[in-house]
Design a protein around this ligand. Sequence first.
Ligand code: SAJ
Length: 440
Amino acid sequence: MTSIQETLTEKLENKSAKVAVLGLGYVGLPLAVLFAEAGYQVTGIDPDERKVNILMSGVSHIADVPTERVAPLVQSGIFTATTNFDVLQEMDAISVCVPTPLRDTKDPDLTYILSATEEIKRTLHPGVAIVLESTTYPGTTRELVLAELEKDTDLKVGEDFFLAFSPERVDPGREDWTTYNTPKVIGGITQTCSDVCAAWYRQTLKTVVPVSSAEVAEMAKLLENTFRMVNISFINEMAIICNRMGISIWEVIDAASTKPFGFMKFTPGPGIGGHCIAVDPLYLSWKLRSLNYNAGFIELSSEINSNMPEYVVQRVQDAMNDRLAKALNGSKVLVLGVAFKPNIDDMRESPSLEVITNLMAKGAVVSYHDPYIPQVSHHGWALESVLDLLAAVAEADCVVISTNHNSYDYQAVHDQAKLVVDTRNAMGKINYNPDKVELL
Ligand code: SAJ
């Protein structure tokens, strides 16, 4: 072990190390607060001055991190936030928690990782541990981040600075599994990188799972979320198959779920939203294309999910035709729930938005309601959530349940509606009239 590695490891273990977290979003802020509560002096860095100012006033902008936890850390000075990346020059440990979205072309957008890497490069010095947390394709840490850090410098990875990947596993809103107690995989560019970075994370998180390389850690996260995406697309296709055979997919799932082993329940819906499951697998298939391997299974799964909004609109059109003898064109359709999953206000990649777009394309007069999202603009249209839900339900020719928030009174919606197309089996919770309810 070099003296630099020894000294840094000691500072990380006795908490005298100065820690920086780049990116103060739903991943970075919980981690920054945990580091500070563990006793490190923590500097959160984010280019968004609004976020920094809110935090420096002792207020949290992230629901999972109560203000009551942030305020004392700011008041004591153990946690500070800034937009100034120069502070990296004094840091001993840096956790990079920046977004990795998709471009409109569905290709990875690595601009945030690249700009964070440039700032770290600009301030790189001996004796610093760097952990990338942002979900990305296998090889990013080595081929992109390390390659940039090693340019025009005598500093050596694994000797002077230590670089690892540790996939974030934050599920916003979840209370049982948190940043603290969710096992944390971590893999370094070299063994010494793994050792130093794991020693750092072990001081703060409940369970650290070292793996042999950054690539294993990068791939583990993609396996986790591609597994989920593929299984959701599978159950979506099973829903289409069951509908063609006049069998209730919901009853079939309930029956299959009685198997105590060898089965895992997923439920169909209007598609996949969110910034994880809808995005992460496409990072993998993009990387594989560069290796001249077509990940047919992933591409097909993504295609099935992308087609679900159109399938839902077809089911609406058929239900109105069969049950109301009404054309979709010119009819009033109310969509319930535009968030990408129940009980949250996040509508990134939400399939509900595509359902609305496709309904409008068929000439429907579309309105929506979502208790968490007051207004939406998407692909050339803009709507505000209706204010009087039940009045809107009564006025609509068809109500589409797209995201099944718990706060809805589904019995009241059912009783007021002429026709309900339910993509989430929300009506399964009540004694519904099958003459006016069409389940996916
Ligand atoms: N969905 C279905 N059917 C299902 C499950 C989900 O249609 O059976 C849809 C949801 O409606 C949503 C999308 O898929 O539109 C994604 O849902 P999600 O439950 O996977 O929620 P996310 O996107 O918040 O996923 C996060 C992920 N966490 C991380 O990446 C760290 C994922 O790995 C978790 O498994 C997931 O939360 C979770 O289990 O809640």
